[in-house]
Design a protein. Structure first.
Length: 93
């Protein structure tokens, strides 16, 4: 599990707390880390796609304004992360 990213660790924790039998099965079969790497990869690719889509739709009024660009990127990140958590991380794997 040392090579599993943030979303993979979150998914493992979710399984451990909410789907204990599935977690134990994956753990006993030695597939927990492999499955969580898949979840992490899927979550990161969805996160990137959603952020790019958001940034295409929400153009800054002043692209040279650091604060405005930061605000738009933070909004994109928050929106994308909410979707990723519900569609990828918090589901039965």
């Amino acid at each position: 599990m040392t090579q599993v990213g943030r979303y993979g660790m979150m998914a493992a924790e979710y399984l451990k707390e909410n789907e204990r039998m599935r977690y134990n099965t994956l753990y006993r079969l030695g597939r927990l880390a492999e499955k969580m790497k898949e979840v992490d990869t899927e979550a990161n690719s969805l996160m990137d796609k959603l952020m790019k889509d958001y940034l295409k739709k929400h153009k800054p009024e002043n692209p040279f304004s650091t604060m405005e660009m930061w605000k738009i990127r933070e909004q994109a990140k928050m929106m994308a992360e909410e979707v990723v958590l519900h569609q990828v991380v918090y589901r039965f794997h």
